[in-house]
Design a protein around this ligand. Sequence first.
Ligand code: PNS
Length: 157
Amino acid sequence: MKVIYPGSFDPVTNGHLDIIQRAAKNFDEVTVAILDNKSKSPLFTIEERIAMLKEATKSLENVNIDSFSGLLVDYVAKSNTNTVLRGLRAISDYENEMRNALANNSLNNDVETIFMVSKSEYTFLSSSVVKEIASFNGDVKNMVPEVVCKQLKEKYK
Ligand code: PNS
C-alpha cells in the first residue's frame, strides 16, 4: 500500500521524521508531499525544504519527496493512491485534522485519511516551536535532523 504524507515541513522536525520512518516500515511506499504555498510566507523555500527532507530520509529506500500546490485532493487524484497519512500529536490536533479529512473526503469521496499517533516525546514539537527557539539562538539539535539544524543556523545568523 502506498501513502501520501502531506505537510508544510517548514522545516521538517524529528516528530515528522519519526512518522516517516514508522510509515516506511508499515507501508510499501511513502510520498512526502510538501505544500508549496507562498501565501503562508514560509521561512524555507520549497527547494530548501525538498533538499532537507531528501537528506533526512536518504537511508529510507521506499520514501520519496515531492511537492504540490493547490488542493491536496487534486494532488492525490493524480497519484497512484487514495490514502493520505497524517500524524496526531494531541487531542488539540484532532479538531483540525478531522475537519481537513472530512473536507477532503467531501471533495473527493475516494480520498481516505489515516492517522498515526506521534511518540509522546514529540507531543510538544512543531515547526513553529523549532523556528521560535532557533530565532532566539536556542538549541534545537534534539528536535530536528542535523541538516535542518545547520540550515536554521544559516537563516538566523
Ligand atoms: O504541516 P501542515 O501545515 O499542518 O500541513 C497542512 C496541509 C498542507 C496538509 C494542509 O493545509 C493541506 O492539505 N493544504 C492544501 C490545501 C487543501 O487541500 N486543504 C484541505 C481542504 S480544507
